[in-house]
Design a protein around this ligand. Sequence first.
Ligand SMILES: C[S@@+](CC[C@H](N)C(=O)[O-])C[C@H]1O[C@@H](n2cnc3c(N)ncnc32)[C@H](O)[C@@H]1O
Length: 260
Amino acid sequence: MEKEKVKAFWDSQPCGTRDIPHPEGSVAWFDAITRKRYKLEPFISKYARFDQWYDKKVLEIGCGVGTDLFQFVKAEAKAVGIDLSPRSVSVTKQRFQISRAEAGILIADAENLPFKDNEFDLAYSWGVLHHTPNPEKAVQEIYRVTRPGGQICVMLYHRYSLVALQLYLRFGLFSFKPFRSLKEIISLHQESPGTKAYTITEARQMFSMFKPVEIEIVLTPYDLRYWRDRYLPRWVGKLVPEYLGWFIIIQGQKPQEGLR
Ligand SMILES: C[S@@+](CC[C@H](N)C(=O)[O-])C[C@H]1O[C@@H](n2cnc3c(N)ncnc32)[C@H](O)[C@@H]1O
């Protein structure tokens, strides 16, 4: 039931497509989505390291409309993207078709990946696992399909961040419900129903089977948003501690056989 609601949410508005002023599926539409994404999240390439995956097998879990998947393919990775939302998958296929680029693109569930064990050099997932009802199951699946020595790069939402504070002020304090928990507010009001956000300790625990694992917090424009598409200038961000950021980035390696 819960997963159906998540699917319906992303089917109704695939990720990153809101307020894009071009006909859906056109080259201009895809270009505008790409520009907006990397303008708001320029740090993605630092973590995804698209260029490093030439000829390697990359799995993107929750590829949305395929913007990052396309970067992996441009870097000549052997990339596969999956998403729960049929509309997102169909839009991604369209993006690849019009660019005559090739990737495996399919509807699938992160909690039940349709791949063999130890198949991928990189499992990449940006802003996805906190939307699925059982993220722990998805992490087990990611572990299973990553080859020993293979890497993961995952972005999850951070509970003790400025975005979470904004949500608390709006849906807790100023709604005369000051005792609502952050978990409840995020679950009800942040994108698809049931969204979760994690502490660093929880994220470390969740990915503890990967060794080594590195966790970083990134302060995002969303932490500095004061209206729909309006953000405080970048220099303001320099005055705010990075640890109050909305994104937790987890990078890790699946141990070589026998080292677990
Ligand atoms: C915030 S969007 C992120 C999409 C893309 N990674 C990006 O950064 O643009 C979340 C995506 O996760 C997908 N998703 C949620 N639960 C999923 C699951 N169990 N399996 C696969 N995809 C899932 C949604 O359909 C949606 O496309």
